[in-house]
Design a binder for this molecule. Structure first.
Ligand code: DGL
Length: 260
């Protein structure tokens, strides 16, 4: 059988955090990851633009023989999932539904905070997903427009300015007495530990992890899991491979990065 890949895309480094978890969980899989760094940040774009970029991402990934598509970007999932599903015959998995399910299973007081990009918050997709699981859940969503770009530029939990901004957002949600928070942008996975430190009583759910179990289940059902031990990992970017390499190295350094 010819080599089949799991196609993964995001606007940038957030997708790399998903790929890291994906490799840990499904080490035998061939992965082709595309970071659309040329058009990052998706979170401040219109729905129409996000759909256009996502279709182009799929077009590039389709140069490989895909067996599944994982939208490793909440913003693209919120805007373009349905459109992408119509454009491909392989299973399409997003991050939002799986993350909402996990958060719903953890909350005890029914108050869930969501931090995400402006576009994701505006789409209302987290609220919709959480309410489809339990209509009594109170959802407090907060757009955090600066965070993804700062993380993309290589800032980490060591950066004082980034931490000040994060703390300010988290304090706003703390006042709502949430017991669970969704990091609803895959870039924020790098802030998970810091968020746990700042909100010690709160369950922190990263959108970079939850969809991987769904993906495994889908592949298992279709008997598509790879049992060879020769997995190939490809990382493509649409701009600035050097800049991306520097930031990516802190997340996953075993993958070569090439310009599309
Ligand atoms: N990582 C993307 C997400 O999960 C968004 C970052 C961006 O604004 O491009 O929403």
């Amino acid at each position: 059988m010819s080599k089949k890949y799991i196609g993964v895309f995001d606007s940038g480094i957030g997708g790399m955090t998903v790929v890291k978890h994906l490799i840990e969980r499904l080490p035998n899989e061939n992965i082709v990851f595309l970071a659309d760094t040329k058009n990052m940040p998706y979170g401040s774009r219109t729905r129409k633009q996000i759909i256009e970029y996502s279709l182009n991402d799929l077009r590039i990934l389709n140069r490989y023989d895909l067996k599944a598509l994982l939208i490793a970007c909440n913003t693209a999932d919120s805007a373009a999932r349905k459109t992408l599903e119509k454009q491909t015959s392989v299973p399409v998995l997003g991050v939002i539904e799986a993350t909402a399910r996990k958060a719903c299973s953890l909350t005890e007081n029914g108050k869930i905070g969501v931090i995400a990009t402006s576009a994701t918050v505006k789409s209302g997709k987290y609220t919709k997903a959480l309410h489809s699981l339990n209509k009594d859940i109170k959802v407090y969503s907060l757009a955090c427009p600066e965070l993804a770009e700062m993380i993309e530029a290589g800032k980490t939990a060591d950066d004082l300015q980034l931490m000040e901004i994060l703390e300010n957002y988290l304090n706003q949600l703390k006042k709502k007495q949430i017991d669970t928070i969704i990091l609803g942008c895959t870039h924020y996975d790098v802030l998970k530990e810091k968020t746990e430190e700042l909100l010690p009583e709160v369950h922190v759910v990263s959108s970079s992890v939850c969809a991987i179990d769904d993906l495994k289940e889908v592949l298992e059902k279709q008997d598509l899991l790879n049992d060879e031990h020769d997995s190939e990992r490809i990382c493509l970017v649409t701009a600035d491979p050097e800049g991306f390499k520097k930031t990516a190295a802190a997340i996953l350094d075993e993958i070569e990065i090439n310009l599309v």
